[in-house]
Every structure is written in structure tokens, then in C-alpha cells.
Design a protein around this ligand. Structure first.
Ligand code: ZN
Length: 406
């Protein structure tokens, strides 16, 4: 089913404003069986009150049992089928670093590696260098290798052994095999083109790998590079075109701004460091009249979950709760609060568990859920939805969808 073809035909304008709040990785697990999840442990008077007036449900972002990355999780929330609208690993890194990444560029994720005298990989992570060491080597490479043939080469530090290369030039496809052999004792692989359009890219990547070895031959540990996930900047239909909305994104971290820009959202500037709660609210208030769809992202719930910091994640949920009255003061016609995946502190990682969804809108059915928690959400009137089913629901509640069929 091509839902976008249907939605393009059904879109209609309305004055109503939709606000989608994403608490990254908000879903959790109890530390021991029978205990509270992070959401259940948090003291959230404002969210509780709102839940009493809202409809709740559960959201499986991508597919039952699949653990979503933040990319597919967010694209699903924006209504984009995460199996159809894919962002390659290199492209996701480029978006995550917020570097200059244009249509036609190819981005590759690189690992610095240690190669032995015979060219075999001794360490796929080059002894996990410090990020400062990575920066030193990246500067050295950028100086020595500004281009390969007629293709400009840009190196960027990610962290530790991880870096990014962006290739810019004519005729670069991204159908390419990885050069990372995935184990030690083997030499790096040659990049192979998977299609005619990517032959030049494969040649450039292989020349680049050889040049990197030359430039780094006197380095004790970082003397080689392994590449994977070659990808161009994807070209997706915009939310304006598919849904007829003027959409804006309010987020602090580059990857989320990048994902929002991929679906055509206007990325609003946010003042302040880190999660910048006040800066985000200011951006929301100052731009409230200019758009009819807002995506508001908070990152720290996920970061604390990844750290295995249960109390820290609870505190971030409470921080959001304290902010909620100011958000509600804007009186969004349709408000959804949810996550892009679960990140239980217990697992220190993303997980496949569904996330709670809260929907506040004028026309709701009676709902037994009284808190924004995983267990209360199972009592909610929205039931259990797939991530990409949320967007049509928000549009309908905002009066932005015509009747389907006669
Ligand atoms: Zn996420």
C-alpha cells in the first residue's frame, strides 16, 4: 500500500496546529521484575494530569521485535515507512555530525585500524585512540589528501577510532561494498561497485585507502582505514508535499536536525547548550504562528538510558514534566508525546519494546489510562499502533484529512 499517494489526495488545510514531542528513548524496563520503569518511577504531576485528559496507547515504532535506530524510529514517527525510506550509515553519520553534505555527495563511515607489515588487519579499532588523537590524524590526512582524481575528499572526526569521509564530485554512485573485513588477520577488502553508476566511487575509495596507508605509514597504531556504509544524501518527498503542512523542527543535536531536514522540515535555531530546554521553548513560542506542525525533540532521556543511569533518566523525565505547563500554554490543537524507541537503563541500549503514546486532541473517547507510563498506556483507547500510523492520526485530529472514498 502506498499511503503517501492516498494522503497526497486527502490533504486539506486547517488552522489547527500539531505538536509532536519526542522524548528520545523514553520507553524503559524495571531494574528487577515487578519494579517500576523509569516513567513509573518519575514524579510527573503535569504529565499525569494531562494523561487524565488524553488518549493513550502503545507505539511499536518499526516492527515487533525490531530494535529501531533513532533514524528509522524518527522517520516512522514522521509517517515515512522505515523499510522504504532508508538512510545509509554514512549518510546518518554525516547528518549526525552536522557537516556539509550535499545532494550527489557520498558519505562513508571510517574506522581507523592498525595494519601489520604484511597488510593484514591487527586491530580494527587501532587501539581505540583518544578523540584528540583522531583529530590529529584527520588533520594530517586532510592536508595530504585534498582530492582523489577530480573528487574532493573531506575528512571529519567522529570519536575515538571513528571518522567520516565525504566525497564530492561528478558521477558518484553509492552502490558499494565495504572494505572492513570485520575480523583481524585479513587484509582490508577492495571496495567493489554493485552497479555501473558506482564504478568511479569504488575506484576512488580504493585509491583513497592506499593513499591513507602511505600518509600514515610511520604512525605506530593508526596506519590504515576501513570503510563501510557508503551512502548518498537520500531524497525523500517533503511533509509539505505529502501532508500539506508547514513543518518545523526544534532539536539540539545534529542527527535529529538532519533527519527533520530530510523530510523537508524547517530546522529552527535553538539557543543554548545540551538539551537547551529554555532555548527550545523560546524557539517554539517565537515561531508558533509560522507553522502548523512542530517536531520538538529531547535527547537526554536516551543518553541517560544508554549510560545505564536509571535515576538520571528518571530525572530527565521529571525535567520534561516541569517544562510541560509552558508547552501547554501555547494551546496546541493536537499534541502527541511519545518516543522514537525504548532505551531501558537496564539494557544500556535501544530496545524493541513499544513506547507509550499520549494524544491530546478535541475529539477523544473515554480512556482508562491515568499516567504516561508503559503499563497505563496498555489501558488506553488508542490501542497498539505502528509508528508510521501516528502521522495520519495526528492529521485527522487536526482536520487536515478529507474523507477517503465516497
Ligand atoms: Zn533515539
Amino acid at each position: 500500500m502506498d499511503l503517501f499517494a492516498v494522503l497526497r489526495k486527502l490533504q486539506q488545510k486547517s488552522e489547527a496546529k500539531i505538536l509532536l514531542v519526542v522524548l528520545d528513548g523514553v520507553g524503559g524496563l524495571p531494574l528487577e521484575p515487578g519494579g517500576p520503569t523509569e516513567l513509573e518511577a518519575a514524579r510527573t504531576p503535569n504529565l499525569d494530569r494531562l494523561a487524565g485528559e488524553s488518549a493513550l496507547g502503545l507505539l511499536t515504532l518499526v516492527y515487533p521485535g525490531l530494535t529501531p535506530g533513532s533514524g528509522p524510529g524518527h522517520l516512522a514517527l514522521f509517517g515515512y515507512d522505515p523499510f522504504r525510506y532508508l538512510v545509509g550509515r554514512g549518510a546518518l553519520s554525516a547528518l549526525g555530525l552536522g557537516v556539509d553534505f550535499r545532494d550527489g555527495d557520498v558519505a562513508l563511515r571510517g574506522n581507523f585500524a592498525t595494519l601489520g607489515p604484511d597488510g593484514q588487519v591487527l586491530d580494527r579499532r587501532a587501539g581505540r585512540p583518544s578523540t584528540e588523537e583522531n583529530q590529529r590524524v584527520v588533520a594530517k590526512l586532510q592536508e595530504a589528501i585534498p582530492r582523489i582524481e577530480d573528487v574532493a575528499v573531506y575528512f571529519y572526526t567522529e570519536s575515538e577510532h571513528r571518522f567520516l569521509v565525504v566525497l564530492r564530485g561528478e558521477g558518484l554512485g553509492d552502490g558499494l561494498t565495504d572494505t572492513d573485513p570485520q575480523k583481524t588477520g585479513l587484509p582490508p577488502l577492495e571496495a567493489q561497485a554493485l552497479d555501473e553508476a558506482s564504478r568511479k566511487t569504488a575506484r576512488v575509495v580504493n585509491l583513497l585507502s592506499a593513499r591513507i596507508r602511505e600518509v600514515l605509514r610511520d604512525e605506530p597504531k593508526i596506519n590504515g582505514a576501513l570503510f563501510r556504509g557508503a551512502s548518498r544524501r537520500p531524497s525523500f518527498p517533503s511533509m509539505a508535499e505529502v501532508y500539506g503542512v508547514r513543518a518545523a523542527a526544534i532539536a539540539s543535536y545534529p542527527m535529529y536536525k538532519g533527519l527533520a531536514s530530510l523530510v523537508g522540515m524547517e530546522v529552527l535555531p535553538v539557543e543554548g547548550e545540551g538539551d537547551a530546554h529554555e532555548g527550545k521553548l523560546k524557539a517554539l513560542r517565537e515561531n508558533w504562528e509560522g507553522y502548523d506542525f512542530f517536531y520538538l525533540h529531547f535527547k537526554k532521556t536516551d543518553a541517560k538510558g544508554e549510560d545505564g543511569d536509571f535515576p538520571g533518566k528518571v530525572a530527565e523525565i521529571e525535567r520534561f514534566d516541569a517544562l510541560l505547563p509552558e508547552i501547554l500554554a501555547l494551546k496546541p490543537d493536537v499534541l502527541a508525546i511519545t518516543g522514537d524507541h525504548s532505551t531501558p537503563a537496564l539494557l544500556r541500549a535501544h530496545s524493541w519494546h513499544p513506547v507509550p503514546l499520549l494524544l491530546k486532541a478535541p475529539y477523544l473517547r473515554r480512556d482508562a489510562a491515568q499516567r504516561f507510563t508503559e503499563s497505563e498506556a496498555t489501558k488506553g483507547s488508542l490501542g497498539h499502533l505502528r509508528g508510521m500510523e501516528l502521522m495520519p492520526l495526528l492529521l485527522a485530529h487536526a482536520g487536515k484529512l478529507l474523507k477517503y472514498g465516497a
